[in-house]
Design a protein around this ligand. Structure first.
Ligand code: 13P
Length: 251
């Protein structure tokens, strides 16, 4: 179902103790407050169990930042979707541009990850987005279409309906250079239209599409006021309650 979502992607930041403290602070700050969106923390794997204990009876939901493309077995250092689900996490980011760029994750690998996440009742937050050269060449729609169709379009409409999409232009991630509200809306509308072309307008209308890339308290309101922007996937600004909570409050 289409929901407003503000999700923090902590990336490779925070020790276990620091992460536990931040989760507690966020929970406390949200206690007695109503925000018009789901608030999700996507922490490193090792934090998941501890944070789940902290946030399980609160508004804060929990996700991982990745999962393996294999079910189980001799894959040293990997963490399976079943393991993520067993911590109490409900979400998993799949296909972040940093995973694609630094760890060689292809559309075919990501398709496996999505399948395994869904098999384990995790909600994938599936990331898509072009690099600067692709945008400068006017190829952003083509790139995003390929990412979506090669990893997701084998899913049934029912399974696709469980997925959250996150458009993260790579040139806007961690650069302080946000897409303009108009650029975000234009791409989100294209993504929704792409989904509609495959699964129909009803499924497309129910898909949450988040924006990521230097989103912060200063630009969130304008970004979220677009009809096709259903929230944000937040990196740097999710590492402190003072910078993260105002983004959730922007709805
Ligand atoms: P920043 O908000 O730090 O630009 O990161 C965005 C992002 O990659 C979230 O997944």
């Amino acid at each position: 179902m289409r929901r407003n979502i503000v999700a923090g992607n902590w990336k490779m930041n925070k020790t276990l103790q620091e992460g536990a403290t931040l989760a507690k602070e966020l929970k406390t700050a949200l206690t007695g407050k109503t925000v018009n969106c789901d608030v999700i923390i996507c922490s490193p794997f090792i934090h998941l169990t501890a944070i789940h204990e902290t946030v399980k009876d609160s508004q804060v939901k929990l996700g991982a930042q990745n999962c393996a493309d294999k079910v189980s077995g001799a894959y040293t250092g990997e963490v399976s979707a079943a393991m993520v689900a067993s911590t109490g996490a409900q979400y998993v980011i799949i296909g972040h541009s940093e995973r694609r760029a630094y760890y060689g994750e292809t559309n075919a690998i990501l398709k496996e990850k999505v399948r395994l996440a869904l098999d384990n009742q995790l909600i994938p937050i599936f990331c898509i987005g072009e690099v600067l050269e692709e945008r400068e060449a006017g190829k952003q729609n083509e790139v995003v279409n390929k990412q979506i169709s090669e990893s997701l379009f084998d899913l049934s409409a029912e399974d696709f309906g469980k997925i959250v999409l996150a458009y993260e232009p790579v040139w806007a991630i961690g650069t302080g250079k946000t897409a303009t509200a108009a650029q975000a809306q234009e791409m989100h509308a294209f993504i929704r239209q792409t989904v509609a072309g495959k699964y129909g307008t009803a499924v497309a209308a129910e898909t949450s599409i988040l924006y990521g890339g230097s989103a912060n308290a200063g630009n969130a309101k304008e970004l979220f006021s677009n009809p096709d922007v259903d929230g944000g996937l937040i990196g740097g600004a999710s590492l402190k309650v003072e910078t993260f909570l105002p983004i959730a409050e922007a709805f």
